[in-house]
Structure formats: C-alpha cells, structure tokens
Ligand binder design. Sequence first.
Ligand code: DGY
Length: 323
Amino acid sequence: MSRDKVFATRQLPSATLERLSAHCELEVWEDFMPPDYEVILRKVGQLSGLISLLTDRIDAQLMDAGPGLKVISNMAVGYDNIDVAAANERGIPVGNTPGVLTETTADFAFALLMAVARRIPEAKQYIQAGKWRTWHPTVLSGQDIYGATLGIVGCGRIGKAMARRAAGFNMRLLVNSLEDADEISAIGGDKVSLDELLRESDFVSLHVPLTDDTYHLIGKDELAAMKPSSMLINTARGGVVDPAALYEALRDGEILAAGLDVTEPEPIALDDPLLSLDNCLVAPHIASASVATRSKMAEMAADNLIAGLAGQPLPTCVNPEVY
Ligand code: DGY
C-alpha cells in the first residue's frame, strides 16, 4: 500500500521528523528561506498532508491543485496565512498550535513593554557610541511600569497571560475584547471601549488575530487618541497596525514609543522609516521563539498532521465545522 505523501515547508526538530516519518512519506524543505508559492503548488498534487508555516500562503488555488489533501497543519497559533473558508468548502481540516506558546509570547510582549519603557536598546547604543561619560540625573530616563495603566486589546489566551504579568507590577488593567465584563473583572481588569482604552492607557498591547475586522485597527485616529506619553506593543500581527500612521505618530511625538515583534510587511524593509526611529524597537517575529515552545509547536503540528492522515479529528482544529 502506498504511503501518504506529506510536505513540510521547513525543517522541524529531528524528534518530530522521526515521528512523522513513521506515518508518512515525508519531504522536508531544507532551505532557510521558505519555498515559493509555486513550489508548493507544484508539489501539492501528490500530497495527502501539508505542514505549513505562517510564511506560506495557502489559498483556494493551492487547495484545488491538491485534491488528495486530507489535512493542512499550520505550525502557528495564527492562521491568517490560510484561506480557512476555502478549506471549509473543500472539507479540509486545518490545524494550528494554540496554548503551548501563550506564556512564551506573553513573556516577550512584556519584555518589549519593559524594554521600550526603560529604553534598554537605546542604553546599549548610548554606550556603544561612547556617550557614557558620567552618571547624570536625566540621561535615558524612561517611564515607570509599576503602577501604570495597561490597555489590552483582545483578551484571549495571550491577552490573559499578559494581564497576569501586569498584576505582578500592580498595573491598572483596561481591556477591550469580546469577553464579557465578568470574565474581564475576574482577571482584575475593566472592560472598556477601544476609545477609552486608548485615551487612558500608558501602554497599549495588542493581542487580536488578524482578520478583515482587525486590519489596521490601530491607525491615524487611534494613535491620535493615545496619550503622548503612551507606548504601543504589538506581538499580534503586523497588519493590525497601519505602519505609515505609526511612523508619523512616533516621529511627531503623538505617542512616546513602540515595541513591535510583528510588522507589515514581514520582514520589514531595511529602509522602512520605522527603523530610523530611536523610539521604535522592532524584533523579527520571535515572541514564541523559546527552544522549548518551538519544539512543542512542532509536536502539535505533527499531532494534527498524523490525526488528519488517519481521518481522525485534529486535536487542535481551527475549522471543526468540516466534520
Ligand atoms: C503564531 O504562532 O501565530 C505566532 O505568531 C508565531 O510566533
């Protein structure tokens, strides 16, 4: 009996690859850079399963070219790279990796918050530029985190993990999300409108998925509503923030600083004006990048893939309606 063919669009930990190989004929894309869309398109006709990353566009055309596809397993919690409606129409289950990256991502969101508030990257540049000549009362003064107001936009798993960290810093918590007010008060927050959150928060941290509704959720008007002393943290998706509006707001002092783990587009162009600003810290989409968490994500992606090949429900399925 011929074995199911599976393509993984990037190298995975060796233990995960070994496990997968016991269930299918596995081809792994070995390059550091992702395969082009056309490469996946050419291969998909032979495939029963696909392990994709957030860098791979998986659309209706690609699904139509793979009539044998039993499962698409995305090694990410976010799945805005996949046309889930198209997968639904074709009855293809799509897996993701929720939960395992929650705390790691929230750690990084809080790290970004602290780094921009206390100007840590600027401090390193200051020393490297030979400017540290004495202790000075005002040099590199930042903003206090302890006791400040944190606005969380989107209070799913990662937003709630962020709220837990804020509690340790005695922060006042404002939340704009779909959860009801009781659930928000159970985590020590007040449910407020986005407008109130933007006006009152010292830090605004974004934790919504990228959808048609959240695309450029934070634009010119929203940034103008924020306090001049406030900071924006984005570990969600770059498309949630209008980058041109953010650049102007940072340049013109409408807000004080930003910490971004995600950009639009990714990777950010080296000549992107945001990179020219001292008050904008940009990281290369690494919030979930701890060794342990990335291994767990790969294992979850393998669990979904193996279940899908066997015709069983995926342990973490984004479109259970296909069953
Ligand atoms: C995800 O899993 O969606 C994250 O963005 C990866 O860090």
